[in-house]
Design a protein around this ligand. Structure first.
Ligand code: NI
Length: 268
């Protein structure tokens, strides 16, 4: 069975730098646990590159007894009558943050919502206990490089180290690495993808939370744009993002959305 879905991504400003990304076309060829991903992304301001990653194994988030149970979500908030459940994924980049990430984890456990965290190696090294908490609660962890670097501008050896060292630290802390990478600036090198067996994960809604730090604007943008299988980009480094997430979850639930980790959106 094959399903096609296109995701429009946006011009992103991320932290101290500019993240560029572009139209993404995902082709899923669901055959057991494999998927084929066709991705188009901007490699410079006006250049688009298309590449393909084939036959990737996609795993699901590991849950333990005290983890988020996505199937229990619907019970805590009433969903509008006649509304079908639509999947949507919350993703948080650049963490872990010593204050905001634990606050977001509190919201997520209270609401029983799973999310995906694309972590920086340099922050993982500082806040290992938070990383363990993220994993223990059943959220999905992805790689965002060690120093938030633009992979395509680095020599291959350096780019490889940025990713490998981050994943190795995940493994040390949580017992497992990751199959997912969100490249800072939205630019990715397909050679690394084959070599490191990683799936690049972009986004379809950019909240620009890091630049506005405006709770109302973040909430409005997400609730206005949200549609099935969207991947929402946020950053777990701002208190405004914590407050926005608290409001976004019940609002999207009321619209019939079910929160999942990004692997489930990609596999759908
Ligand atoms: Ni980032």
């Amino acid at each position: 069975m094959r399903r096609w879905r296109s995701v429009l991504t946006a011009l992103i400003l991320c932290g101290a730098c500019v993240e560029l990304s572009g139209k993404r076309l995902l082709k899923r060829d669901i055959d057991g646990r494999t998927a084929t991903i066709l991705l188009t992304t901007a490699t410079s301001e006006n250049t688009w590159t298309t590449f393909e990653a084939e036959s990737r194994s996609i795993g699901s988030a590991t849950n333990s007894t005290d983890t988020v149970d996505p199937h229990a979500q619907e019970s805590s908030t009433e969903i509008s009558a006649g509304t079908e459940t639509k999947r949507i994924a919350l993703t948080f980049d650049d963490g872990p943050h010593p204050v905001c990430t634990p606050l977001i984890l509190e919201v997520l456990v209270r609401e029983n919502v799973p999310a995906t965290f694309f972590l920086l190696g340099e922050n993982v090294e500082l806040y290992g206990d938070i990383v363990k908490e993220i994993a223990a609660r059943g959220h999905l962890i992805g790689n965002h490089t060690w120093h938030h670097v633009q992979i395509t501008t680095l020599p291959l050896e350096e780019a490889r180290a940025e990713i490998l060292e981050t994943s190795e630290l995940f493994e040390e802390l949580t017992g497992q690495g990751t199959e997912y990478v969100r490249p800072p600036f939205g630019t990715w090198n397909p050679d690394l993808e084959d070599e490191l067996d990683l799936i690049p994960v972009m986004w379809s809604i950019d909240t620009l939370d890091w630049t506005t730090e405006n709770v109302d604007r973040i909430v409005e943008q997400v609730t206005e744009e949200a549609s099935e299988n969207d991947i929402i980009l946020m950053h777990d480094s701002y208190e405004s993002t914590v407050q926005a997430v608290e409001r976004i979850i019940p609002l999207l639930r009321a619209e019939g959305f079910e929160f999942v980790t990004v692997d489930q959106v990609i596999m759908d």
